[in-house]
Design a protein around this ligand. Sequence first.
Ligand SMILES: [Zn+2]
Length: 106
Amino acid sequence: MDESVQFYWDFVSQGTSAEGARLHFRRVPVEMHCLDCDERYRPGGEDLSCPRCDGARVRVVAGEEFHLEAIDVETAEDVAARAVADVDAVGQSTVRDDGSANEGPS
Ligand SMILES: [Zn+2]
C-alpha cells in the first residue's frame, strides 16, 4: 500500500515543489467494536466478526485514520548548506588521516 501511494505521489507531484519528496508512513492497527456485546478487539486476518459473540454487527473504531503528521521542506539553500557541511567533514577526516599516517613511519 505504501509503495502505491508513493507511486501516485511521485506522479501527481511532478513539476511541483513537492517533486521527489519521500513519504513516510506510520500504521495504526485496526480496532473493532461489536455493537451486540460491546466487545472491543483487534481482528486477526480477514475475519472481522466479533471473537466473543461471533456477531457481524461491528464497526471500525480505530485504524481508519489518514492524517498528515508532518512535512519537512528542504529548500535548495538547505541542500547547498548540507553539501558544504559534507565537504567540511571530509576535509577534517582527510587531515586526521594524514596526521596518523605521518606518525606511523617515524
Ligand atoms: Zn460481540
